[in-house]
Design a protein around this ligand. Structure first.
Ligand code: CA
Length: 227
């Protein structure tokens, strides 16, 4: 399954290293930033699935950075989990008022932190954390990699499987070819956008075998959506 991408924003190198190591071991693709400015550049270039943000940062504070992410339409939906050494109730409330989706107080256990990140991803990127996705008569199991339509198993290649998982995470949402390339093929691989059309074609063929109707909608000039 596609790895979820986390942006880790932490200025202390030792802490950053430990977290980066643990996040990678947990199956995340990890992007890092040491300052708010760096974090904003990374997010503009490669929007992550989730942001893990340290409260204490030089220049722009973690709170201010979180507030900025939550104001902007392009970044608002990305869950932000804040890390802080301050455990007082007032800080907890301030942290949540900035729009942070969750808040973890240091010292924390790595297992707890990972569990909190997964809770957020279950909501926003369910296919990256082993959830079963359902839409109409379609059922996609990200653990067993099996797809059923109306109880009948549909055989899909790995690319078509990831493509369908991506569409099923957000039924109705129109994905551009570029965003599908990022999510399905990964950002580091060069693939022509036309390739997306080829694989959507294959996916459609597999899903409509036996005369079932086509659940994928082509949005002219934009991309594809489910339903
Ligand atoms: Ca720090």
């Amino acid at each position: 399954m596609t790895k979820p991408t986390v942006l880790l924003v932490e200025d202390e190198p030792a802490q950053r290293e430990v977290l980066e190591y643990n996040l990678a071991a947990e199956g995340f693709a990890v992007l890092t930033a040491a300052t708010g400015g760096e974090a904003e550049l990374v997010v503009a270039e490669t929007p992550p699935d989730i942001i893990l943000l340290d409260w204490m940062l030089p220049e722009v504070s973690g709170i201010e950075l979180c507030r900025r992410f939550k104001i902007r339409a392009e970044t608002r939906a990305i869950p932000v989990v804040m890390l802080s050494a301050r455990g007082e109730e007032v800080d907890r409330i301030r942290g949540l008022e900035t729009g942070a989706d969750d808040y973890v107080v240091k010292p924390y256990s790595m297992a707890e932190l990972m569990a909190r990140l997964r809770v957020q991803l279950r909501r926003t990127r369910p296919a990256t954390v082993g959830q079963v996705l359902e839409h109409g008569d379609l059922r996609l199991d990200t653990e067993t990699h099996r797809v059923h339509r109306g109880g009948t198993e549909v055989k899909l290649g790995p690319t078509e499987f990831r493509l369908l998982a991506c569409l099923m995470e957000r039924p109705g949402r129109v994905f551009t070819r570029e965003s599908l390339l990022d999510r399905v093929w990964g950002r580091d691989i060069y693939v022509e956008t036309r390739t997306v059309d080829v694989h959507v074609g294959r996916l459609r063929k597999a899903l409509t075998e036996g005369g079932a109707d086509d659940p994928i909608r082509t949005v002219r000039g934009s991309g594809y959506a489910l339903g």
